[in-house]
Design a protein around this ligand. Structure first.
Ligand code: ADP
Ligand code: MG
Ligand code: MG
Ligand code: MG
Ligand code: MG
Length: 452
């Protein structure tokens, strides 16, 4: 099945934030806009607006009932108005009459401080004050499932080490090619696609950008992957660990910090002293921010996870780092960036880079020293048993969502850095999630306890 209708499709010039979308619609043949925002649980919410109405929506905003989304508002709250940011416009290459535009959330003329894009923008403003831009690249792994029963869609994809397998990739080539063509027609700069370490799992890598662009792209990426998978008769999932015997979906983030054209993370042999302080902040705060990078009950089946069919989980269980070594929470693959391997597929695309800046700048301000969590490059972290003296002073990651949420709640630095509105709303939602999970009677409980 071919979903890609216009070969060589071109987006045209990047627009100004307040560009006239009605005129753009006429010039580019756009019939509909999806005016969209992401809530605190990472759900992409949208209104489909015909181009005849986009002028009015640009003036007044697209209206939503805030309590119907995960932003922590009651039913009595006034309308949530989403103001499109025209600079994010992407005309959808496989349905060119449709365009996606991300928006910012306002209620009664005031920006909603806890909305994830606002949380990121606040950190970007702080970076700007310091003369920096964070550039990031994300690796959002996903599974392609059967739309009928949520099993792995390719029944021949059964090797214990399926990573990079050419034949399994060819059986999903049509879908993957449609996704990559879509992204590249949207100027993502995709440079590779592979079958990942779990059966049915894939990864697509594109070029890093300033962190707001990457976050908006990350949102579009998840939407395009899911939409195209459905058009091809499959279902795509970014769920952190959908299969207990297979590696989960990570969402690594690579970070570098720029002052104009200069990457100030670049050092000689390894990353610079400034980058080490930034990294020191990220490492020190990881046990507290895990509730954000790993935001679901299921996330904790990936972290601290049981071994997989391929041999490794590829996910961390402790706060450690080293050079080019994938057994740690942070890897430094080059002398100009670091990679945080903690976050999973459920992470909010805006909150992830916001955390990097909040904790990184805190690390610079407090001269945080990452040395105490560093390991020599040749250590396999997965082989060090619990209780080993080598782990003295090395923090563990939370075991479950409620421990993670309590750690976040008790971190007063993070509250000051991320803002009280965000912390209150996010922690409340995470506690509700845990309460909902705890009230759920599982098959495991029945099996373990019926005969007690
Ligand atoms: P790996 O699987 O080895 O971690 P990938 O190639 O899958 O690496 O992903 C690397 C990501 O890092 C990409 O999104 C890439 O654009 C990004 N990246 C590369 N260099 C930088 C940099 N200097 N700053 C931020 N991101 C970077
Ligand atoms: Mg209505
Ligand atoms: Mg990768
Ligand atoms: Mg990967
Ligand atoms: Mg990686």
């Amino acid at each position: 099945m071919q979903c890609f209708t216009k070969a060589g499709f071109c987006q045209g010039e990047k627009l100004a934030a307040n560009a006239d979308l009605s005129a753009v619609a006429k010039a580019r043949g756009i019939d509909f806009f999806l005016v969209a925002f992401v809530d605190l649980r990472g759900v992409l919410r949208t209104k489909m607006v015909p181009s005849s109405a986009i002028k009015q929506i640009q003036r007044d905003g697209a209206g939503f009932a805030p309590a119907a989304t995960w932003l922590d508002f009651g039913p009595h709250a006034a309308d949530l108005l989403v103001m499109p940011d025209a600079s994010t416009l992407l005309q959808v290459p496989f349905s060119p009459e449709l365009a996606v535009v991300m928006g910012d959330c306002f209620i009664e003329g005031k920006e909603v401080a806890q909305s994830p894009r606002a949380v990121l923008k606040a950190q970007i403003a702080e970076a700007q004050k310091r003369g920096y831009v964070l550039k990031s690249g994300v690796e959002a792994e996903f599974f392609i499932l059967s739309a009928q029963n949520d099993s792995i869609s390719d029944e021949r994809d059964i090797q214990s080490k399926p990573c990079y397998d050419a034949q399994s990739m060819m059986r999903r080539y049509a879908l993957l090619a449609d996704i990559v063509k879509t992204l590249n027609a949207c100027d993502f700069g995709v440079y590779q696609t592979d079958h990942e370490d779990a059966n049915g799992q894939f990864e697509i890598n594109w070029h890093y950008r300033d962190c707001l662009t990457t976050a908006d792209q990350h949102v579009f990426f998840k939407w395009a992957v899911k939409t195209l998978a459905e058009r091809h008769g499959f279902r795509a999932t970014f769920m952190p660990r959908p299969f207990s015997n297979l590696s989960g979906n990570g969402c690594h983030i690579h970070c570098s910090l720029w002052s104009g054209e200069k990457n100030v993370f670049e050092g000689k042999e390894s990353i610079s002293d400034l980058a080490l302080q930034f990294l020191g902040g990220v490492l020190a705060k990881a046990p507290s921010f895990c509730a954000v990078t790993n935001p679901t009950v299921n996330s904790y089946k990936r972290l601290n996870g049981a071994a997989t069919a391929s041999g490794y989980t590829w996910s961390p269980n402790r706060v450690s780092w080293s050079g080019n070594n994938r057994s740690h929470m942070v890897r430094v693959p080059d002398n100009d960036r670091f990679e945080l391997r903690l976050a999973d597929g459920a992470v909010n695309p805006y909150l992830l880079p916001a955390l990097m800046m909040a904790c990184g700048f805190w690390g610079i301000d407090t001269k945080a020293d990452p040395a105490k969590c560093s390991f020599p490059a040749n250590v396999n972290m997965y082989e060090i048993p619990d209780g080993s003296p080598k782990l003295e002073g090395i923090a563990s990651l939370p075991r479950n969502l409620i421990d993670a949420t309590r750690a976040l709640e008790s971190d007063k630095d993070l509250s000051a850095l991320l803002g009280a509105d965000f912390m209150r709303a996010f922690i409340k939602l995470q506690k509700l999630e845990w309460a909902d999970f705890s009230a759920h009677l599982s098959t495991w409980e029945l099996m373990q306890t019926l005969d007690c």
